[in-house]
Design a protein around this ligand. Sequence first.
Ligand code: MSP
Length: 498
Amino acid sequence: MIKFNKFYVTTPIYYVNDVPHIGHAYTTIAADIIARWNRIKGKEVFFLTGLDEHGQKVAEAALKMGLTPQEFVDSLAPRFKEAWKKLNISNDDFIRTTEERHQNVVIEIIKKIYENGDIYRGEYEGLYCVTDERFWTELQLVDGKCPWCGKEVRKLKEETYFFKLSKYQQKLLDFYNQNPDFIVPETRKNEMISRIKEGLKDVSITRTTVEWAIPFPFDKEHYLYVWVDALINYVSALDYPGEKFKKFWPADIELMAKEINWFHSVIWPAMLFSVGIETPKKNFIHGWWTVEGEKMSKSVGNVVDPIEMVNKYGADAFRYYLFREVPFGQDGDFSEKSMINRINSELADALGNLVNRVLVLVEKNFDNSVPKPCGGQNVKKFALNIVKAVDKSIGELQFHNALNDIFFLVNESNKYINKNKPWEIEDKEILGGVLYNLLESLRFISILLYPFMPETANKIRKQLGIEKKFSFDGLKWEVLKPGTKIKREKILFEKINK
Ligand code: MSP
């Protein structure tokens, strides 16, 4: 069955050991952009995000607060939901791994893997990092400490159940070959290939020491490793193997940053091979944000709180900055100063001003009514070309290119005003034609900006007197009806005093 009209996009489920920060917001906004774009293109979208609530890291954080792990995660989950609401995230579901619906599917999948002979009992000895919930080899340590977080590792020897990852070594390599776009960007794929070629070892998937976890169904002394539980969220949220799963699986895009590529591009597909479930179509691996040149950390005190950013600058300005500043896939450095620069020059001066200028001119000369078109093929051609470019860029998740193109249209429209000087045109028909082209241009800008800046896009749409919701089909020239009443409102963006 070809499921051509559905689109399933996911974010990682975030560890709920602390409040959300800019990194979590970044991936979630990216998924929101993709979801909104596919919706206006007429697809039935399922956009999933959620929380990873099990494991030692969460249990230890709870203990520090004097709470049970469940009380602790229950107290933090609303913080994530609130942040996503403030950022206008349009997720269709929010999965929490402590929910029964998730745990049931995890057990079902683990049983299938077991029945297929891919789980066996053994003993594991290794150096374990509690913060990152994973084992390291001696060679991987940096100064004897965890290479990711720099904290002490603990020597752990325990009886464990293994998943036969090694069995899938060749199958994974063949799979990457047959699906060259499964891991994007290419460099991230190559990293996985070289690691796989070093030889895949079976992975330990149960612990006897971490009880804040889903019980392993075949041995009551054992609990599931948090990562195995977490990865299954992508299908448990679809009520695997029910109707929703049949409709939306496989995921069209799974988003994440580079540190968890291995789990998503190696372990997850191997688990799916074992159960006989189709693999996701694409894992897109983006980069990391630092803050003013430094790694974000609580101890440095430079963790960027997305809620604070929204309160200070508005959701759209923050969303815009994150995706205009850095090509998606590369690392980036967050600085409030550079965000303010972009707000002032691009959002207030270029976009806000354009909308205001055009509406004032229509207000003055045409009594708030959309005038009649009167030629101007160049503007039309230009706008239609931008649509093609933006569509391609968003399809390839090159968001900065899409925004560049949209702002090219904004800048060209400002130039079009300066060149044509509507205030000097005496012929009403010609003046109407010039303003009509500008109104159409604003309408195009509002539709194209919608996935990135939904609030702003809606404000522009309403000021143009358009009732109908956004749709990609609306990106045709001369759709705006002459006579429609425009309603100018206050400027879109105030300049921020540096
Ligand atoms: N719980 C696991 C994921 C399980 S998915 C089945 C986890 N959680 S996490 O809270 O650490 O989130 C990691 C993800 O958050 C990254 O992969 C990325 O999507 C996002 N980011 C966290 N910090 C980030 C930056 N500094 N910069 C960009 N994104 C980052 O790993």
